[in-house]
Design a protein around this ligand. Structure first.
Ligand code: S3P
Length: 437
């Protein structure tokens, strides 16, 4: 395996070692944004090393937020907050490939008294933004777009509070609206019919905002009062569980594999992955559970065993949205296969992940049934190495590096550099923990 745009992955016979993951991407984005609009400085340790979180920091800098990397601790940054009023940017804010940056930052820009423009790369320019444009416009922001897609031109104003039930299950949209709620005159109420990751809620509390959250059916309801001021924090960001998913799935492929993952995010709204992997046959134990600013972290010890099947549907599809590509990539090696339903959102991620998974699995010789909202992948299949494509999508590049470990023969992954969007160190770490067969 080499660190170029084209990577060759050879079959392995085991996975062993210990991996400390860079900070969680979802938390890193939110902390960087809230640190920027807080009063006082924040020190964020173990900030994500991915290009997406660098895009968020670059946008914050263009909005007048000063930050610098700190020596001494790994990936630590110090951010000097500007308070709720940011500076007029000199030019368009480049969100790169990052939907999280564009959608969540929109909530903050909607409350500023200036006009700003947000642009993205080719993939981001295709992604749907109507899901934030509609509620932010109802709050009083003026938003121009290309038929609901980027670039976005946001003219902020003094916002009205909103009472909104989200039609799309999306934590990015929820956080966007909660951030906008900070700039509104009264109290906003946001309801999500299916529960999604709660990092926005926890981060707002960590930075000193008061909000009330309660479960409602399978979802939740959050209320936030406008005009609240935030204060800087010191935090260590737990390791990224969605990046760890690739190594967890790699371990699941080999009975007798053993892997230790210290200081890993254990937030219950993200940890459904661990239950599914245990159901599939991975043995997992968690020690040294800890909590920082409401986020749980722990050390994971995993051991490969049998590889049974699973069905992922309903609320699980929302809870596992970023891990479905790698679960699907190992599905042919399971006994009963894996069925994924209710996951239509995968079609509007960095790539059409349903189509990308089906295409790559078929190139490896697998049988796959592609459906509008998911996939059915039978188990007990034998795959061969092939020439695959990342489709410019970090999670597809990494998912198929994992699938390649149990294939017969070498696999070439084109566009492997896209792994750097969330996890630049992925291929070198994978090489360190896999024993070649
Ligand atoms: C994220 C939410 C999910 C996920 C993305 C990160 C977040 O997107 O796919 O990688 O940090 O809130 P959606 O909110 O669009 O489902």
């Amino acid at each position: 395996m080499e660190n170029q745009s084209q990577v060759i992955v050879r079959p392995a016979r085991n996975v062993r070692g210990s991996v400390r993951l860079p900070g969680d991407k979802s938390i890193s984005h939110r902390y960087a944004m809230l640190a920027g609009i807080a009063e006082g400085s924040s020190r964020l340790e173990n900030y994500s090393t991915g290009a997406d979180c660098a895009s968020t920091l670059a946008c914050m800098r263009s909005l007048g937020v000063e930050w610098k990397r700190k020596d001494g601790a790994e990936n630590a940054i110090e951010v000097k907050g500007c308070g709720l009023a940011l500076a007029v940017p000199a030019g368009p804010l480049d969100c790169g490939n990052s939907g999280s940056t564009m959608r969540m930052l929109s909530g903050i820009l909607a409350g500023q008294n200036f006009t700003s423009e947000m642009v993205g790369d080719e993939s981001l320019s295709r992604r749907p933004m109507q899901r934030i444009i509609k509620p932010l416009s109802a709050m009083g922001a003026q938003i121009g777009s290309q038929q609901g897609r980027p670039p976005l031109r946001i003219t902020g104003s003094a916002l009205q509070a909103i009472d909104y039930t989200m039609p799309v299950t999306s934590a990015q949209v929820k956080s966007c609206l909660l951030f906008a709620g900070l700039f509104a005159k009264c109290e906003s109420r946001i309801e999500e019919p299916l529960r999604t990751r709660d990092h926005g809620e926890l981060a707002l509390r960590a930075f000193g905002a008061e909000l009330s959250c309660r479960s409602k059916g399978q979802g939740s309801e959050i209320r936030i009062r406008g005009g609240q001021r935030l204060r800087g924090i010191e935090a260590r960001i737990p390791g990224d569980l969605s990046s760890a998913a690739f190594f967890l799935c790699a371990s699941a492929l080999f009975p007798g594999s053993r892997l230790t993952l210290p200081d890993l995010l254990m937030n219950p709204t993200r940890a459904r992955l661990l239950e599914i992997l245990m159901q599939i046959g991975l043995r997992i134990s968690v020690t040294q559970l800890d909590e920082i600013h409401g986020e749980m972290a722990g050390t994971l010890e995993v051991e490969g065993g049998a590889l049974k099947g699973a069905t992922i549907a309903g609320g699980d599809s929302a809870a596992l949205i970023d891990e479905i590509p790698v679960l699907a990539a190992i599905a042919p090696y399971t006994e009963q296969g894996i069925e994924i339903r209710d996951a239509k959102e995968l079609r509007v991620k960095e790539s059409d992940r349903i189509a990308a998974v089906a295409t790559n699995l078929r190139r490896m010789g697998a049988q796959v049934e592609e459906r509008e909202d998911g996939l059915r992948i039978p188990g007990c299949q034998i795959l061969h190495g092939a020439e695959l494509d990342s489709f410019g999508d970090h999670r597809i590049a990494m998912a198929f590096a994992v699938a390649a470990l149990r294939a017969h023969g070498e696999t070439l992954i084109r566009g492997a550099e896209s792994a750097a969007i969330s996890y630049p160190e992925f291929f070198s770490v994978l090489q360190q923990i896999t024993e070649p067969s």
